[in-house]
Design a protein around this ligand. Structure first.
Ligand SMILES: *Cc1c(COP(=O)(O)O)cnc(C)c1O
Length: 393
């Protein structure tokens, strides 16, 4: 019976070893530290001669369980659970780079990651260049002798641009540089970047992996050697995930596949609906034939994802009126929740970008990002329809 089990089965069945209580569902190990039977045992565990838990900043049965599940689902050898998605991004960069190194990154990235690149990394002597996600030539042209890492999101936040991960993997390999992919929007259910040659995958597990908007959390996954560097930095600097959060996320993973199926099917229906509306200038959704990388998205992703981005006629004022007219959807900056969430990136998640930066990364004043939830799709469409109507002047 060593047949390789499938995604859904692994997500449900992998769990930490049961305790002497024979519990079915895994308990939360809310303990700061672990005890040893003798001074000799403590010495041996600290010396890595025998396995064993020491202290929750290093590891804990709940984070171990979560990581072993995520590794099985992403096709990774090892991983580190972090206090947030940004801690995952930060650790993966600081574990691998040194002063003088250069990052080649996609211009289309999460707002806070952009702030990390522009405001924090320069202080530590790490520079970056942005390449346009849709322009392959720009990527190869921007590689410098000091480039040590390529960093990208696919689909990107908030524009939902898709990059060819296989091509990026080859580019990184050819130049002998690390490739780090933020797989937050796709989740391991829709695509596995490590398959395409990524060295690390980072997740904000706050989003679809939690799936119900309860935690701030993240993970870094990759091969054993690279993760060792990340783990060392995490152990020393301490941006770790709590056992309770890991327990929540491990439970969440059990339903990831069914939730993603519905997020994606609802999102596709909404995208098609918006495309037909005369007040909508454009709609971006990876599985709409009008998406610039539709064919690539179809090849690379199992489904189109749970986000839809569109632009309403009437710019910023109309966008705000539209948002204020919604009756069902939440106005929030989170995504990946069971509840549909509407975000106006230009004035919230990406508000710290300068006008030029917004223009370059395609964030317009009328742009609206929808994280499509698990409500019945007719209710979602009805709310959208009435808000579009009621936001006309
Ligand atoms: C939210 C998000 C992050 C940051 O995650 P936090 O859990 O909020 O720290 C990173 N990347 C992407 C694509 C995100 O959407």
């Amino acid at each position: 019976m060593d047949r390789k089990r499938k995604f859904e089965t692994l997500a449900v069945r992998l769990q930490a070893q049961r305790s002497s209580h024979h519990e079915h569902s895994v308990p939360v190990f809310e303990t700061s530290s672990f005890i040893f039977g003798s001074a000799e045992e403590a010495r041996a565990v600290f010396a890595d001669e025998v396995p064993g838990n020491i202290y929750t900043r290093f590891a804990n049965p709940n984070t171990d369980e979560l990581i072993s599940k995520l590794c099985a689902l992403e096709g990774a050898e090892d991983g580190v659970a972090t206090a947030s998605g940004m801690a995952a991004v930060f650790l993966s960069i600081f574990a691998l780079l040194r002063p003088g190194d250069h990052i080649l990154a996609s211009r289309q990235i999460f707002g806070t990651t952009h702030l990390l690149f522009t405001q924090v990394l320069p202080r530590w002597g790490i520079s970056h260049t942005y390449a346009d996600i849709n322009n392959q030539k720009e990527w190869s042209d921007c590689i410098m002798p000091t480039t040590r890492m390529i960093y990208a999101e696919s689909p990107s936040n908030p524009g939902l641009d898709v990059i060819d991960l296989g091509w990026l993997g080859k580019l990184a390999k050819k130049n002998d540089i690390y490739l780090v992919i933020d797989n937050c929007f796709a989740t391991p259910y829709l695509q596995n970047p490590l398959q395409y040659g990524a060295d690390l995958v980072v997740h904000s597990t706050t989003k679809f992996i939690d799936g119900q908007g309860r935690t701030i959390s993240g993970a870094v996954l990759g091969n054993r050697e690279v993760i060792q560097e990340v783990r060392l930095l995490s152990k020393i600097t301490g941006p770790v995930m709590s056992p309770h959060t890991a327990w929540i996320l491990s439970k969440s993973l059990e339903t990831l596949a069914v939730r993603m199926e519905r997020h994606c099917s609802n999102a596709l229906v909404l995208a098609r609906f918006l495309e037909k509306n005369p007040d909508v200038i454009w709609v971006k959704y990876p599985f709409l034939p009008s998406h610039p990388q539709y064919k690539l998205a179809k090849r690379q992703m199992k489904l189109g994802g749970g986000l839809v981005t569109f632009e309403l006629k009437g710019g910023l004022e109309r966008a705000h009126r539209f948002i204020n007219s919604l009756e069902l959807m939440s106005i929030s900056s989170n995504l990946g929740d069971t509840r549909s969430i509407i975000t106006h990136p230009a004035t919230t998640t990406h508000s710290k970008l300068t006008p030029d930066e917004k223009k370059a990364s395609g964030i317009t004043d009328g742009m609206i990002r929808v994280s499509v939830g698990l409500e019945q799709i007719d209710d979602i469409l009805a709310d959208m329809e009435q808000a579009i109507q009621n936001s006309m002047q």
